[in-house]
Design a protein around this ligand. Sequence first.
Ligand SMILES: [Zn+2]
Length: 185
Amino acid sequence: MRMDRTQELTAKYIINNYKEEELAKIIYEYGEERFSRQIARKICEQRKQKQIETTKQLVEIIESSIPKSKQNDGHPAKRTFQAIRIEVNNEIEPLFNTVMQSIESLKPGGRLCIITFHSLEDRAVKKAFIEAKGHCTCPKDLPYCVCNAKSLGKIITKKPISANQEEQEKNPRSKSAKLRIFEKL
Ligand SMILES: [Zn+2]
């Protein structure tokens, strides 16, 4: 399953942080996996010892949670991966869509400034800004753009702005804060 970096990090977060019941519910409902409870239990047992970092680790957990006699229906990990992918998009999409709609409703020259307090939220904002900036996918040697790349404006903050040392000391919550700014064309 091909995922971009934002999706990958979100998937890792879900697998390593969601409660066992939440994982079981997602795997059952989105993956229609009969062994969802067993898989969720095993994920939670394993991650207590060591974070689940790779697809391979997760595949092994899933395979060992499903009885061998029930593994003849395609790849045993397929349903769980599908479920996680759906949950990843449920996590990212609302914020991504809100950012896109906010940019669209700005007046020309207007700026959207967003402060997030969680790295996954920051990733979703970054992703939306890149999307809104638009990117030409034409071959580099073409004299002009033929792919109709549409840009809604420009990203003012190449990197997110963080609170300085002084502010972080005064207000510890600001440590995780990241500010990104987009300017409408
Ligand atoms: Zn182009």
